[in-house]
Design a protein around this ligand. Structure first.
Ligand SMILES: *Cc1c(COP(=O)(O)O)cnc(C)c1O
Length: 404
């Protein structure tokens, strides 16, 4: 008999950096998840913008099984076919000429910032090392990325932090102008701040940052870990904005649920990262390569991105309908299937309560900051799943209102 697992075991055995929901998911299909008691949930999270094709996609299962039967891991002394196929697909679909693979978003940003520092040092000397990031941004939890992130809360426990990182205000070009200078080697920005509350950058803001980067010989890094892989209605959000970065980081949706991260860049910049300057044991492994290749292939073949705008409209219309009845949101914002419902004054900072109530009513949602309910469903979520999930979400909101 295998060990019977309960939710409270988490509290007994795990380093308590998370406070997971009170149920344990055990099975899932499409955008529906079942817990240990057989209760079903509509999944509006897709594992924080990860399972872009939903859970247990039959062709991803088949790809995983097939690759597992052939080759899992060989190490970086060897290359492999699946990862090279993936590299070619990413290069053919974006501005990039070269790719580096790792296993997560933070690692991708870490590599991107190391690349930027090395390029600047090689070309302009060691004083050009400043990184300009943004307040309220999120770039991951490694030392370098948590320091670049705009939530000092996440970084302060671990001081001293990596140096020469400044923070400008998002969508405030004057603050960028006041901080960027000849010592800046890179600007790192999320085209839409995800964790920070689903806040899209203004088009003019990103365009101006591009100009400033050119002027000061600073590299522009787009952190598209959350906005990538069709989430905004384009393969990457830079395509929507019409602003081309020098370096783009991707993860989350790229593997459709299998861990992988990627750094995309130009030939010229890539060539500064010579043999031995960076690496990752698991990065670029054949399993991740096969799955991410299949994800990109299916997104194209099934015209998944073409369906994002329609799903955006279904969800936003439903949220507006809920709001007309309950008056709880100040505004609905975001692009494509990265949607934030901002709570109004009466419900300030109650995102967490609503999220917990949602789970009780059988729907999984996310919070982004303390005041925003975030919806990042699978890009292929069905209209039926949206309708069921939204009805449950409405009831969850009513419960919170009644028990206020
Ligand atoms: C999730 C996220 C990261 C970190 O990715 P991990 O895979 O958790 O390391 C970085 N940047 C953005 C914008 C993210 O949404």
């Amino acid at each position: 008999m295998s060990l019977k697992i309960l939710r409270q075991d988490f509290d007994n055995w795990m380093i308590p950096v998370y406070n997971p929901a009170k149920f344990i998911p055990v099975y899932a299909k499409g955008s529906t998840v079942w817990d240990q008691n057989g209760k079903d949930y509509i999944d509006f999270t897709s594992g924080v913008a990860v399972n872009v094709l939903g859970h247990a996609h039959p062709l991803l299962q088949q790809t995983l099984r097939k690759q597992a039967a052939n080759l899992w891991h060989v190490g970086n002394g060897y290359t492999n076919e699946p990862i090279l196929r993936l590299a070619k697909k990413l290069i053919d679909s974006t501005f990039a000429d070269k790719v580096f693979f790792c296993n997560s978003g933070a690692e991708a940003n870490e590599a991107a910032m190391k690349l930027a520092r090395k390029v600047a040092r090689d070309r302009f000397g060691k004083n050009k090392n400043n990184i300009l990031a943004f307040d309220n941004s999120f770039h991951g939890r490694t030392f370098f990325t948590v320091a670049a992130g705009g939530k000092y809360e996440y970084a302060k426990h671990f001081e001293p932090l990596p140096k020469e990182i400044q923070h400008a205000s998002f969508n405030d070009i004057a603050s960028v102008i006041s901080l960027i200078n000849k010592y800046t080697c890179a600007v790192i920005i999320e085209p839409i701040q995800g964790e920070g509350g689903v806040i899209p950058a203004k088009i003019a803001f990103l365009k101006k940052i591009r100009e400033l980067c050119n002027k000061y010989n600073a590299l522009l890094i787009f952190d598209e870990i959350q906005t990538g892989i069709g989430r905004t209605g384009q393969l990457y959000a830079y395509m929507y904005y019409g602003v081309i970065p020098d370096i783009l980081t991707s993860a989350k949706g790229l593997g459709g649920g299998f861990p992988i991260g990627a750094v995309l860049t130009t030939n010229e910049l890539a060539l500064t990262m010579t043999v031995g300057t960076h690496g990752s044991t698991y990065g670029g492994n054949p399993l991740a390569g096969a799955l991410a290749t299949k994800v990109l292939e299916l997104i194209k073949k099934d015209k998944i991105i073409e369906g994002v705008a329609q799903r955006h409209a279904w969800i936003v219309n439903y949220l507006n309908k809920i709001n007309r009845e309950l008056n709880i949101f100040k505004k609905i914002r975001g692009l494509g299937l990265l949607i934030g419902a901002v709570l109004n004054k009466n419900f300030e900072n109650q995102a967490n309560q609503i999220n917990i109530s949602a789970a009780n009513y059988g729907v999984m949602t996310l919070v982004a900051s303390s005041n925003v309910i975030r919806f990042t469903p699978a890009l292929n979520i069905s209209k039926k799943e949206i309708n069921i999930g939204m009805k449950r979400f409405a009831n969850a909101c009513k419960f919170v209102i009644k028990n206020k």
